[in-house]
Design a protein. Structure first.
Length: 155
């Protein structure tokens, strides 16, 4: 951060002015932490420099649960699939290129729907739910909008 803005202080003491909040979990990388924040609008956005920000109450709980030395894997999975009971949901998050498209045009144009259909069908088969009927128009809409909100995609 100081490379971008030399006016920033070298250290920020604990307290309300600290953008890391009260708790931080160091992951073994110099620049990536899991931490709270005092800037709530940044949660769930690509406004950080790689860190994973949580609500203050959530980082407090996680901090108390995680032992030092716990292995952490960060997985970039922009399209999540899950069953909730008999209903199938997808949640689509944009990568940086797609985020730029959303900011400029309001939608994403570079997603391969055939590849996504294949992924969804494979997931459904793996879960032994082959009898489910998928609304492919909803899938296409979710991919186009990339809202990061779960959408039910079966009838």
């Amino acid at each position: 951060m100081r490379k971008e803005d030399q006016d920033l202080p070298k250290t920020v003491p604990p307290g309300a002015a600290n953008p890391l909040g009260e708790y931080a979990i160091y992951l073994g990388w110099r620049a990536i932490l899991i931490h709270g924040t005092n800037i709530m609008w940044t949660l769930g956005t690509r406004s950080t420099h790689g860190c994973i920000r949580l609500y203050p109450e959530d980082i407090k709980l996680l901090y108390e649960l995680v032992a030092i030395g716990t292995k952490v894997r960060i997985i970039n999975e922009p399209i999540k699939k899950a069953f909730l009971g008999a209903d199938l949901y997808i949640e689509v998050h944009p990568d940086q290129e797609q985020k730029n498209q959303l900011d400029s045009f309001g939608c994403v144009s570079n997603l391969n729907l055939d590849r996504i259909k294949e992924e969804i069908n494979k997931f459904v088969s793996k879960k032994h739910q082959d009898n489910i009927e998928i609304d492919w128009d909803k899938v296409a809409l979710s991919l186009k909008e990339c809202k990061g909100i779960p959408m039910k995609i079966n009838y």
